[in-house]
Unconditional design. Structure first.
Length: 253
């Protein structure tokens, strides 16, 4: 009760425009707000700082850092509870698919955060509000704000509601060994071209063909795979390519 009174008192000091925005955010997160400034900061792009004479810490970036850590913990807990008999490697794969930028950007779009992001006037027409990376960052920043303002329980509720509403975890589970999809996501995350699959060789009679296929990325040949059909050969080649790319990243460090 005291928190609700405090929330009401804080709201009385806000101008009409800010009060309207806070009302919007409360509907989005499904709970009342105690510290409006956290949420305004979470939805403010750095391009707004100079024209508003704000400090460099008044954009969403610090809260994004916090929200990223909170999100990892919450999703890890969700998976630990739902897949208590599965191993750590399985849960790590599923978590990476949930917390990837594309998924978080979709969450932001479902919540219509793109309509209330605050950006600088000079960059209004540059598509910042629809950028996948910005939308993902904004989502994490909003989660960081909820965590700071209302605590872990509310932050967890917010994420669980989104996951239950917009994600099919069972489908993610069935797709976890789709190495072609995993390779495509990996290549995109590293700013590489989309993988293509070239048939190197086809042997055997028509009823028992054997395919040899190689993955090509940025005009460079990577892993090869052999199988009784193209799909199987492509999956083997994609899996081998993932191992090669990750080994290259590791050796580079």
């Amino acid at each position: 009760m005291f928190d609700r009174v405090k929330s009401w008192l804080v709201r009385q000091s806000l101008d009409i425009e800010t009060k309207t925005k806070i009302d919007q955010i409360e509907k989005i997160i499904g709970t009342y707000i105690l510290n409006p400034n956290l949420y305004l900061k979470a939805l403010r792009h750095r391009s707004k700082l100079i024209e508003s004479n704000l400090r460099h810490t008044e954009s969403y970036e610090q809260l994004e850092f916090l929200g990223d850590a909170v999100l990892d913990l919450i999703v890890s807990e969700i998976l630990f509870e739902r897949f208590s008999t599965r191993n750590e490697g399985f849960m790590t794969q599923i978590r990476s698919r949930i917390v990837k930028g594309e998924t978080l950007a979709q969450f932001s779009q479902h919540l219509e955060l793109d309509k209330i992001i605050e950006v600088g006037v000079r960059v209004k027409d540059q598509g910042i509000e629809s950028s996948t990376s910005v939308l993902a960052d904004i989502f994490e920043a909003l989660l960081g704000a909820i965590y700071r303002d209302r605590g872990y329980v509310e932050a967890r509720r917010f994420v669980v509601d989104l996951v239950d509403s917009y994600l099919d975890i069972d489908k993610l589970e069935s797709e976890k060994d789709n190495y072609k999809s995993i390779l495509l996501e990996y290549a995109q995350s590293k700013k590489m071209s989309a993988p293509t699959y070239e048939i190197l060789r086809v042997t055997g009679p028509d009823h028992e063909k054997e395919f040899e296929i190689q993955v090509v990325i940025n005009e460079v040949g990577y892993g090869k795979g052999e199988g009784r059909n193209k799909k199987k050969a492509e999956q083997i080649a994609a899996k081998q390519t993932l191992s090669m790319l990750k080994a290259d990243v590791f050796s580079a460090h």
